[in-house]
Structure formats: C-alpha cells, structure tokens
Design a binder for this molecule. Structure first.
Ligand code: ADP
Ligand code: TRP
Length: 332
C-alpha cells in the first residue's frame, strides 16, 4: 500500500528556536517513519517581511541546516525551497479564483495587523502587502500540490489549515470530483506552546526566544535572563506556574523532573539554581545537534546539493499534478 503523505514548511525569518523545535521540527520529523514526507523552506512567504537578499539567503541556509541537523534524511524525505517549485505559483493562481476576499479578511494575522494599526491611529492597511494578505492561498498551494494527507504544525497555524480545507472543498464542489485531496492538520496539543524568556509564547515576533544553536556560553547567559518573580530563596515555589520548569520538562527525564519539582516545593532553592539545572539539561540535549548544525552550515555546497535534488523530485510531482488540474478545469 502507498504510504500517506505528510508535509510541512517553515519561514526563514529568524533563527530557529526551542519553540519551533518542539512544536514543529521534532513532531514533523517523527512522521518520516510512517509517511512519505516533504519538508520545505517557505522563502516566498518570508519575502513578505524580509527584503534584504543576503539576509533571506542566509536564513534559508540556516533553516535547511536545522532540518538536517535535527535528523532529516534527504534520501528518505524531500527537502526543498518553496521558490524552486514553479508549479506552486501556478496552483496559487488557480486557488485565487476560488478564494473569497472575505475569507482572507478573517485571517488572524492580517486582522491582528489591522487592529494594531487602528490602535496606533494609522491607516488600517498600513504595512500590509498583498503577499501577506494572500498568505493563506500560497500556503494552501504548498499543501494541496502534493495531495498531502497530514500537515504537522503548531497551534497558531490551525486557521490556515482550515482555510486550505475551505478552498479545496469549494473547488471539489465546483468540479464535482476530488481534484484536491482534503488535508488534515496534525496539531501538537501535548506540547501546546513552548514558553519564552518572558513567560509568553516563545516567538520571533516577541523577541523572547531561545535560539536552538547558541554557543554554550551564550545559551547559559540567555537562560539566566528568564524572568522570574521576586520570591526569596527560602520560599517554596510552584513548578507548575514557572517558565523555567516548563522548559525543563521538555528536556529532562521523569526522574530529573521529579527531583527538581521536590526542590521547588521544599523551599531553599533559588532561581539561579533552577536556571543552572535547566541550562545543563538543555545543553546536554542540544550540543550534539549544535555540532552537526555547525558542521553543515560551513558546508553550503552540500546543502545546495540536497536542495537541488529535493527541488527536482518535488517539481516532478507538482508538474504532474498541475497538468492533471489544467486538463480537468478546461485549460489543458
Ligand atoms: P515564530 O512565532 O517564532 O515566528 P513561526 O511562525 O516561524 O514561529 O513557526 C514555525 C513553526 O513552529 C509553526 O508550526 C509554529 O506553530 C511552531 N511554533 C512556533 N513557536 C512555537 C512555540 N512557542 N511553541 C510551539 N510551537 C511553536
Ligand atoms: N505558515 C507557516 C508558519 O508560519 C509556514 C508554512 C508555509 C507552512 N506554508 C506551509 C506550514 C504549508 C505548513 C504547510 O509557520
């Protein structure tokens, strides 16, 4: 039986962080055991905000190296850059004809920008380009071009997946056949949101991230910056309402967790101690991946080769899908 297809992508808009690692990279790579997997770097999505050619190119290499360092096997999975697959943009144009403007008006990220502009007495559409406004359509094309069965993403992408399904359903309804496979979001509910340095969701947009591949000293320094309350050393502390402990749980085994939990509850433990424990467990997990990342990022020719091979394999599948669609809709 043919394996099902899983696909996911990430924008090269900043250094990959711990939230991306647990919310996306790890669960997505887990799927390669069971699914045919396609992973990509959403560089045209990133272009909506990054206009500096050198920066977007460097960030794209960093994301590619992250995929590989986290365990992506380029023989088994397809790794490619979004911009390399011409068929994606043709599919986007087709999807546009079935996407109501009203649907785009309801996108959380667009609405949040408009709201923010209004609050700051600016024009509601200030800083909104059409790439950003139509972001969900390109994302739908990324997914639908491969007949993806599942799309592993963090919670914040749920609405984008609902929009993809909405667009695909109106197309299938119009042509009275399943031109496009209806995908399913695989949301990592158990991880929920990984918390950042300030206790909010870790996100590049909040400037509160712990980048995955910081050198050891910088990692320690950043962990020491995690915001804590002003409880004294003697006081008993609540592990279940603490950013340090919630990060610790992601890296530590059950025994380590139980041990630190009892230290929190007993009192006599300062925040500096908890942060040091967090640093140690985090560093132990991340240092082998960091070494691999550092090796890869110095080896851009290898990354280029992997991406070229991935683009060829992906393009072949997408060209076939587009030829089929063109014929079915009367353009072929
Ligand atoms: P950011 O919010 O930092 O810009 P992205 O939007 O690039 O992150 O997210 C890339 C992927 O990582 C998405 O699937 C997203 O849901 C996931 N992700 C991002 N931040 C977190 C987090 N704090 N916890 C869990 N998953 C996250
Ligand atoms: N919007 C996703 C994010 O910000 C990135 C992305 C683009 C994506 N196209 C996709 C994710 C297709 C899954 C499937 O994280």
């Amino acid at each position: 039986m043919n394996k099902k297809i899983a696909l996911t992508g990430i924008k090269p808009t900043g250094l990959p962080h711990i939230g991306n690692y647990f919310g996306m990279y790890i669960p997505a790579l887990e799927l390669s055991k069971e699914y045919n997997t396609r992973y990509f770097i959403a560089d045209y999505h990133a272009l909506n905000s990054i206009k500096d050619p050198q920066k977007i190119s460097e960030l794209s290499y960093e994301v590619a190296a992250t995929w590989l360092a986290c365990g992506l096997d380029p023989q088994e999975s397809i790794l490619y850059k979004q911009s390399a697959i011409q068929g994606t943009f043709e599919l986007t144009t087709f999807l546009m004809a079935f996407t109501s403007k009203g649907l785009m008006n309801r996108a959380h990220s667009y609405k949040a920008m408009v709201q923010n502009n209004i609050e700051n007495s600016k024009d509601p559409d200030d800083g909104v380009n059409m790439g950003l406004f139509t972001y969900p359509v390109l994302m739908a094309a990324d997914i639908l071009q491969f007949d993806s069965d599942v799309v592993p993403v963090g919670k914040d992408q749920k609405q984008h997946l609902e929009m993809t399904i909405d667009i695909a359903q109106s197309i299938n309804h119009n042509y009275k056949k399943e031109l496009l496979k209806i995908p399913q979001a695989l949301i990592q509910e158990s991880t929920g949101y990984v918390t950042g340095l300030d206790g909010r969701k870790m996100s590049k947009s909040y400037n509160n991230t712990i980048p995955l591949f910081l050198p050891e000293k910088k990692l320690r320094k950043l962990i020491m910056k995690i915001v804590t309350n002003s409880q004294t050393l003697e006081e008993s502390k609540d592990p279940d309402n603490c950013s340090i402990f919630s990060l610790y749980k992601l890296f530590a085994n059950k025994d380590q967790q139980a041990d630190l939990r009892s230290k929190y509850l007993a009192g006599g433990m300062g925040w500096g101690y908890a942060k040091q424990e967090l640093f140690e467990v985090m560093n132990a997990t991340l240092s082998p991946i960091r070494d691999e990342y550092n090796r890869l990022i110095e080896n851009k020719n290898y990354i280029d080769q992997v991406l070229k091979d991935g683009a060829e394999r992906a393009s072949e599948i997408v060209s076939e899908k587009m030829a089929f669609i063109r014929k079915e809709i009367g353009l072929g």
